[in-house]
Design a protein around this ligand. Sequence first.
Ligand code: F6P
Length: 361
Amino acid sequence: MIKKIAILTGGGDCPGLNATLRSVVQSCTVDHNIQVVGIPYGFKGLLENKFVPLTLANTTGILSKGGTILGSSNVDTPFRVPVKRNGQKEYEDRSDEVVENLREARVEALIVVGGDGTQAIAHQMAEKGVHVVGIPKTIDNDLNGTEFTIGFFTAVGTAVDALDKLHTTAESHQRIMVVEVMGRNAGWIALFAGLGGDADAILIPEIPFDLAQVAKGLNDAYHAEKRYSIVVVAEGAKPVGGEQTVSRIIEDSPEPVRLGGVAHQVAMDLEKLTGRTSRAIVLGHLLRGGSPDAFDRILAGRFGAAAVDAVVKGKFDTMASYQNDTVSLVPLETGAGKNRYVSTDSPFLKAAKERGILFGG
Ligand code: F6P
């Protein structure tokens, strides 16, 4: 009989994390009489040996709130902690310490809510004997082993709202509006936002683009009376034979590259190629904010309940997964540091191509 578990949220925040915390507390308290403690700021808090009680009372009202009441970090891992020695930065493995912190706090299992990077750390912890269960979240929807992740649909909804608003300016000025969305190396947000927001072209990392092709398609549409264009570009998209646009390098982060800014080049190039006015807008972190939509709230509830069930049944080193409307468990290794990208046979890609949406490749 498990009496106490801990939960942390790691990686970039997203809508639906608080809904997940709420559902885990509800399942533990109502169904199993398990005490829950939260770890502040992801693995950083575990390293600092910090635990805060999570109860039905202090999680009431958080379900609809964006972000995470626990805080999160996308740069901290106990397996590679930066330290200064003789003025030099070095890294040390302090994972034994965090295992000991959990043992001393009498935590019998750890639920880790995160994307591929966080689940990779979770799996490393499981290999050290910690009883871990993962819950998939990321706006990018790029975690291997699950069809959808918490946060994705809310981010898509936010992008679609933005596209709806940009249609009017694009139409009034007969412009090409190039809208950049996050997603790292995956084109899921761009593809779904483009489908929902009636884009004329969608540029994704999985299909390197040829802008001459896109420009021709947009001008053909212009001459057929479609006087304005909406282009959605994923931050990780790149031209055929070219490179991704890097906005900065975060040295201490397990995934140091931050992408961003490709929309500006795409807008300038399309203006030259089409002879029409073009503007770029980068939605960026806007997509990570706000209240989770109904799908994310419900998914958070299902993942939370599945993770607690896994804990109770002793199914550790696993991750909750959503496939064909069913929530089940997959080995944690499936998601640990592994990504799922838009494949050439994706039904969503097919649906977009059938509507004549351009991909430039
Ligand atoms: O993984 C979520 C995400 O928002 C990506 O889409 C984006 O590339 C990255 O995180 C941004 O990271 P940061 O918040 O460190 O700028």
